[in-house]
Design a protein around this ligand. Structure first.
Ligand code: DCP
Ligand code: MG
Ligand code: MG
Length: 355
């Protein structure tokens, strides 16, 4: 890539909880948690997100709601209101699309904005970021954080460092001083397993990975190893993927009591399928892949996927989800949680509906 790029990653601050604070002034000064009902400490399911006050107390996304309740039983516990968050998300995305024709939404609360060509330098891109933050706040009342950098990978890394309510610019010359000392799992695509394998090679930080022996990485990971090393050096040439407003749409729920009752499970699958279909329809997406996630009572988790012909109907999701579940489910074992996800999304236009 000969041309210097300028890319922003805009991510909303504590998004679901911020949306709730916005419409409920009684939440001011309180720890706010959006997620499962804590049911006096006996509740199942998890924290989806929480405001920064709750985070200071040690509460965080994906934590079991019962643990959050143990930490702070007096917090405001709120159920998720997806239609409302989607509406706020759409307003944010609309603002972003006013600043650039190239916008890639990657989740409900974040998007890349390509400014290559529109600006002459990253400093200028940071001025754009300032204006975007102002406009997002004016249009929605919400704050966001913006990473400003020379590719998607580094814009994303920078946005984490900008939180909350900030802007962080990272130049090519600053990559190693910015993330060299960060732990490996801060790097895009490095999870617990990869981290453990890297550590067994005596690689302990992003900076260590950036300088690691290429042959050793190749023999341990294959070509992915070289890719990881490139990421550690801030190298990423991927372009924005436009018109995909979400990579996938999924819903999951935790049963009140662990169950192996087929009827109960099928009812839940139907409910989740309808929710996924409704969201896909609203966003104007057809999808061509369905995944069912099963979590057994011992917390072991299984994913099963199948391709379908492009569709956006609840029936198509349900019939596939049910087959996947029947194929893979080990009868007699109790389920704790089940989820349905539609992916391989394709935008369709106009009024015509597929499937
Ligand atoms: N979310 C969720 N479950 C998770 C993580 C996130 O349901 N494990 C939802 C709730 C979040 C939203 O997605 O509000 C956006 O996710 P982010 O990772 O961007 O987290 P937040 O916006 O909540 O906080 P931050 O300020 O750290 O971005
Ligand atoms: Mg966010
Ligand atoms: Mg996000």
């Amino acid at each position: 890539m000969d041309k210097k790029r300028a890319v922003l990653l805009v991510d909303m601050d504590y998004f679901y909880a911020a949306c709730e604070e916005l419409r409920r002034s009684d939440l001011k000064g309180k720890a706010v948690i959006v997620g499962a009902d804590p049911k006096g400490g006996k509740g199942r399911g998890v924290v989806m997100t929480c405001n920064y006050l709750a985070r200071k107390q040690g509460i965080k996304s994906a934590m079991p709601i019962s643990i959050a309740y143990r930490i702070n039983p007096d917090a405001a516990y709120l159920p998720a209101d997806f239609p409302y968050y989607e509406e706020m998300s759409a307003k944010v995305m609309h603002v972003l699309r006013g600043f650039s024709e190239k916008v890639e939404q990657v989740s409900i609360d974040e998007a890349y904005v390509e400014l290559t060509g529109a600006v002459g330098s990253l400093d200028e891109a940071a001025e754009y970021a300032e204006r975007i933050k102002g406009k997002v706040r004016a249009e929605t009342g919400l704050s966001c954080s913006v990473g400003v950098s020379f590719n998607k990978l580094m814009a994303k890394m920078a946005s984490d460092a900008a939180k909350p309510d900030g802007i962080k610019l990272v130049r090519e010359s600053e990559v190693s001083s910015f993330m060299g000392n960060m732990p490996l799992d801060k790097l895009y695509s490095v999870g617990d397993k990869t981290k453990a394998r890297l550590e067994s090679m005596n690689i302990k930080s992003i900076g260590g990975l950036a300088k690691a022996n290429k042959m050793a990485l190749l023999s341990e990971f294959g070509s992915i190893g070289i890719e990881l090393r490139n990421y550690a050096n801030g190298i990423d040439e991927s372009a924005l993927v436009e018109n995909y407003e979400a990579k996938s749409i999924g819903r999951e729920s935790t049963f009140e009591h662990d169950t192996s009752d087929q009827k109960e499970i099928e009812q839940e699958l139907m409910k989740l399928s309808k929710e996924v279909a409704a969201e896909a329809l609203k966003a104007g997406f057809a999808f061509k892949n369905i995944t069912v996630k099963i979590r057994y009572s011992d917390f072991s988790e299984h994913l099963h996927s199948r391709g379908i012909k492009p569709s956006s109907g609840a029936e198509a999701i349900y019939s596939t989800a049910r087959l996947l579940y029947l194929d893979s489910f080990e009868r007699g074992r109790k389920l704790r949680k089940i989820g349905v996800r539609a992916s391989g999304l394709m935008k369709y236009s106009g009024q015509s509906r597929l499937g």
